[in-house]
Design a protein around this ligand. Structure first.
Ligand SMILES: [Zn+2]
Length: 393
């Protein structure tokens, strides 16, 4: 159901992660989140990190915030997005993690490629028993952020099929059984999160659009079956909160995973069938090539379009963002359009200042369009010339 974005025209947000502050040196490791928060140094660093992420987003004027994915540890290429759930759910042999088998579906990264480090860093626990939600503790993480801001805080999680692809399995006989067990466990966790009042829950990277791009690395799970997995993972959420489905073309170490630009076109009919209120699309990095097709096929759900590129350190110009928004509005009405980043900016290597000014450019670009359309502009303290420290004549 529409909740956080209800009634908002052209709201702005980011997908999730932001670059970790350099002074945030503590990690959860094999501890639980709540156990980590017992440690006064972790608690101070963690809550301060979430606070600066929120302040940056509020100062530039985003409408929907995230905790910057501060709950993830500092792992190679942002691997914690995948490893955190695996090390905190039930059913895994956490004491004996091993390098995971590569199931890359033709997207291989040999020695000498930066993403080979990422593959080597996939040291994951094996499945040895029935999977349960264990100590994910997403609700506690979301509450820790939401109590610092009156803006809605979106909370995201990796999808079950990606977790299933990252681990060896000594328990389930069938890969589909493995995916569904993870899906059920995450569904339970997300229902608790929705019941606690989380205004937006985001499922990150269902592999529906990846099947035409990579071939089916999930065995029997074709695009239709992948839609069913998504809808099982989000079962019960739609009546309680706003559900977002984030899609992109990969973001390990802030790198592109494909040599050629990929298209959403072959998967749009299927993406349209997921039980989500909002679909997000990586678009800026592919020169907005899929916007006409997206507008034609996704006619009911809201659509979040990436207007800034997470791969590049170049800050987009507000005027260029405004042009992209206006071009997009030819295909998607303003009432259903949300403006976002393509993917997270905190997977590795980008500085906090780069991310901050990318977010600032997004809001300034959106404000140009809102001004032209006679819509209320977002307050952006971070781009308000009255607070510049540069002396004027
Ligand atoms: Zn992404």
């Amino acid at each position: 159901m529409y909740n956080a974005t209800k009634g908002l025209i052209l709201p702005t947000t980011i997908i999730g992660s932001l670059p970790r502050p350099s002074w945030f040196t503590e990690n959860i490791g094999s501890n639980t989140f709540l156990r980590s928060m017992m440690n006064s140094r972790y608690r101070e660093q963690y809550t301060d990190a979430v606070a600066v992420h929120l302040t940056d987003q509020e100062a530039v004027g985003l409408d929907i915030c995230t905790d910057g994915d501060a709950h993830y540890d500092e792992e190679v290429g942002g691997q914690s997005w995948t490893s955190y759930p695996l090390y905190h759910m039930e059913g895994f042999d956490k004491a004996n993690p091993q390098a995971a088998i590569m199931r890359t579906g033709g997207v291989a990264f040999p020695m000498g490629h930066i993403l080979h480090d990422y593959l080597e860093a996939r040291v994951m626990p094996k499945i040895v028993g029935p999977i349960g939600r264990g100590d994910l503790q997403y609700t506690a993480m979301w509450k820790t952020a939401q109590r610092m801001t009156s803006k809605p805080v979106k909370f995201g999680t990796i999808t079950p099929e990606l977790l299933a692809a990252a681990v060896d399995d000594k328990y389930y006989k069938d890969p589909v059984e493995r995916v569904m067990a993870l899906s059920n466990a995450i569904n339970e966790e997300l229902n608790e999160l929705a019941d606690a009042g989380c205004p937006i829950i985001q499922l990150e990277e269902p592999q529906i659009h990846m099947i035409p791009a990579r071939g089916n690395v999930f065995g029997k799970l074709d695009m239709k079956a992948m839609v069913d997995v998504f809808n099982n993972t989000t079962k019960g959420l739609g009546d309680k909160t706003e559900v977002w489905c984030h899609t992109c073309w990969g973001n390990p170490s802030q790198q592109r995973m494909f040599k050629e630009i990929q298209s959403y076109e072959p998967s749009l009919e299927f993406l349209n069938q997921v039980d989500a209120d909002v679909l997000t699309f990586e678009s800026c990095s592919s020169a907005m090539q899929d916007i006409p097709a997206i507008g034609k096929i996704i006619t009911e759900k809201k659509i979040a379009i990436g207007m800034i590129d997470h791969h590049s350190l170049q800050i987009e110009k507000p005027e260029d963002i405004a042009t992209r928004i206006k071009d997009t509005l030819k295909h998607i009405p303003a009432e259903r359009l949300i403006l976002s980043s393509d993917c997270g900016m905190g997977r590795e290597g980008m500085s906090r200042r780069h991310a901050r000014y990318k977010m600032s450019a997004l809001v300034q670009g959106a404000n140009i369009v809102k001004r032209e359309l006679g819509l209320p502009e977002a307050t952006s303290l971070a781009s308000d010339g009255r607070y510049s420290l540069v002396p004027t004549e």
